[in-house]
Design a protein around this ligand. Structure first.
Ligand code: ZN
Ligand code: ZN
Length: 399
């Protein structure tokens, strides 16, 4: 009897081998990743997809069981992130809190932000507020992981506690750390959004599509995160499969190259004019000028970080980096003109008053045409003819 109990404690009910335990871990963590990206993020935060009520509740239950995260808190923190990305009001910007803090202590930033009742009231609207949400999922949010620990212990014995510990670290590391941290720090950009979001890798499988973070900031309300031919969003594939069997309804997808493949229930979301114009400016004016400078000097005279600053204004640079960049630009008058025009253009694209914006645009076009820089003059013509306002400049497209 005692031996049987000891054996049960050591190996659990399943008496599983290491392979089975690893498979269990992978399936459980992927289900949690899907809960975060499909339900908390795409559906609840951005309303880009609706799920069948039974499936939506299964996601809520899974979020409670495996993460203890409360839907309203997650949604509020993330909406605030979009509203203030990479400014001092962003709950988790690596440029404000530091990349190492994001990677290893991202959950602390999230927890701190989620405890602000005013922020929850402003950004948490429209999330579940029924009996079970108030009395179980929110009031006893820690019961979920506790129950999961008991299940894990029962199934796998002491090894189950190791699996449980890894599960508890999975979302804090991959979502709070890698997506919120690396997704604003390192990677390629398709769109010149006003923040520092980046696509960490084109094949977005491991974190369910969240790797395509720059695309997401460009089209926050799109259910589909991939926009280029070589990009793959696993979360979108799952949404399409769920939609095919009537468990999901796509509400919005990005209006880009593959828009004609959009789900028939979806509205097509255009790129915001500011992002559209600044992306085109980077592709058509800044990038060719920097390439020409590299060709002329036969080496890259600037670090990648400073090159990026030429594209986005570099408000994240340190004082030393800023001084270095300014000195470099000042020695190259044509680049100084381009940078000045970029700053002016970004400011006028933010102008809310239509009359002021139109007057500023006229002045901007005149200055660009008088610059004597061919690419800038061509861009000014496209801008004044309204061409850039009507077409999404997907990188690599011929416009
Ligand atoms: Zn972000
Ligand atoms: Zn988002």
């Amino acid at each position: 009897m005692f031996d049987r109990l000891l054996n049960l404690a050591a190996h659990g009910l399943l008496d599983a081998g290491i392979g089975t335990m690893l498979l269990y871990l992978l399936v459980m963590t992927q289900l949690t990743i899907f809960t975060v990206t499909l339900y908390l993020h795409r559906s609840q935060t951005h309303r880009s997809v609706d799920f069948h009520p039974v499936l939506a509740h299964a996601f809520r239950f899974w979020s409670w069981l495996t993460t203890s995260m409360v839907t309203r808190e997650w949604v509020a923190v993330h909406r605030k992130h979009h509203a203030h990305a990479d400014t001092e009001h962003d709950p988790h910007s690596p440029y404000i809190a530091g990349i190492h803090t994001l990677l290893w202590k991202g959950t602390e930033l999230y927890t701190k932000a989620s405890q602000d009742p005013r922020m929850l009231a402003i950004y948490g609207r429209g999330t579940p507020d029924d009996w079970i949400e108030r009395h179980v999922y929110t009031r006893h949010s820690n019961w979920g992981p506790t129950l999961l620990a008991v299940i894990s212990l029962a199934l796998f014995g002491v090894g189950g506690m190791a699996i449980w510990a890894v599960q508890m670290m999975w979302i804090p590391f991959w979502a709070a750390g890698v997506v919120n941290g690396i997704g604003h720090w390192w990677g390629y950009r398709n769109f010149e959004t006003p923040d520092k979001s980046a696509n960490v890798m084109p094949l977005a499988i491991w974190v369910g599509g969240e790797e395509l973070h720059n695309n997401h900031h460009a089209f926050p309300s799109s259910a589909k995160f991939s926009v280029r031919r070589f990009e793959f969003d696993l979360g979108w594939l799952v949404i399409q499969m769920l939609a095919a069997v009537g468990l999901a309804r796509v509400r919005r997808v990005a209006l880009v190259g593959q828009a004609r493949m959009a789900h028939r229930t979806a509205r097509l979301v255009p790129l915001a004019p500011r992002v559209k114009v600044m992306t085109a400016f980077f592709r058509k004016v800044t990038l060719p000028a920097v390439k020409e400078e590299i060709r002329r000097s036969k080496s890259s005279p600037l670090s990648v970080r400073l090159h990026r600053a030429l594209a986005d204004g570099g408000r994240w640079l340190s004082a030393d980096e800023r001084a270095h960049l300014n000195a470099w630009i000042d020695a190259r008058p044509y680049l100084r003109t381009i940078c000045h025009q970029r700053t002016q253009l970004a400011a006028l694209m933010e102008t809310r008053n239509a009359d002021h914006a139109a007057a500023a645009l006229t002045l901007w076009v005149k200055a660009a045409q008088a610059s004597g820089i061919g690419s800038l003059q061509q861009f000014a013509v496209s801008l004044s003819e309204g061409m850039l306002m009507h077409r999404a400049p997907l990188p690599g497209s011929p416009d």
